[in-house]
Write a protein that binds this ligand. Sequence first.
Ligand SMILES: [Zn+2]
Length: 415
Amino acid sequence: MSNSKRLSNQLNRLASGIPSSLSTAGYQHIMHTKIPHWSIWLSSVVVTATIIVGWWSVAGSDSTLPPNASAVNSHEVKIVELRGVWSGYQVEPDWDVAAQKLSAANFNAVFPYVCSPGIAYYHSQVLPVSQFAQQHNYLAEAVTAAHKHNIAVHARILTLEMLFAAEHTKSAFAAAGRLMINSQGKTAPWLCPTDPRNRQLLGRIVSELVTNYDIDGLQFDYLRYPGQDYCLCQRCRRQFAADTGARISQWAQDVLPGGSYAPQFNRWRQQQLTALLSDIVARVRAARPDVAISAAVFPRWAEHSTRFGQDAARWVQLGLLDFVAPMNYTEDRLDFATWLLTQRKAIGGRVPLVVGMGPFSDACQFTGPEQLVEQIQIARSFGAGGFIIFKYTDQFAQEYLPCLAEEATAIGASP
Ligand SMILES: [Zn+2]
């Protein structure tokens, strides 16, 4: 079936309010859920309208966007849908079983968490190694098992937050003045991006990952500030003044929302993260040009670039990413479709949009796998290059994978 024919069939089914690939049980479940009829009708109309706009923009941009392009280096885009899962550093019962199950369901990528800047779950020469990883080299095990089952491994780094690091590690970074500080003087366990020692550390982490492991991709997660109140350390203050010529009389009021330098400071914050990503990407591409680089980012790019300094659209424009993975964690169909539409517009066909879906995220309350099937269909109707599901667990493997294998991923990812 041609791409446009498939899309129009999906649209017709969505317009009739019946998701195309629901199992009978799933459909019965939806039909017996007590939701007011007017609400379903209104929601269907609005979502369908948004999807039609999205589809129209896809149909009109065939020359610029590879449909269903995969998470491969943009220099060599293959027409394969990326079907991935995020996971922890290990999975139950082990990587071999998980990879076999994923492969059987026609998935082709895993995104295991491998380190934060304070702890590693592989045999790192740069970071403290988790006591759990002293015996197991989790990343090595994941790569071996996944490749055995033709599944790509994209190592996921929690880029700036020192999540799961030991207290003494975080204290040492705080004492050395390497962490972010807010307007109240509170230190957060996040690396300040203007500290050259932190940039060097991140460079060494990615270098050892791409040199020592046969990974297929690197994904940057938590490449952001914790909020608008960071980073207000003295180094950032000096750097901001030097870069912009701002004459600040009241730190930090002048740069916080409402302050005279707030817009400049916001832009400058975004530039710090973009520059950091640019440094890391240059290093990775010099060592391993075959490694696909991506970022897991928040969904509302305009708002979140201000709040968190995460300028995903700019990263795409600058060619820093081979694909972008917005975490579109919601069970609301209209939010989901609206985010996709704005993301597509910002990306402008430069790289594949690989849609993050969160049936097991804190932000979502999915009723079951049929809701995930529907999101996959909506993402496809927007010309997405694939999807990544948060996250692989026993429950996902038992309750969701069989349903996906019967429906949304029943056909292999390659055409
Ligand atoms: Zn700082």
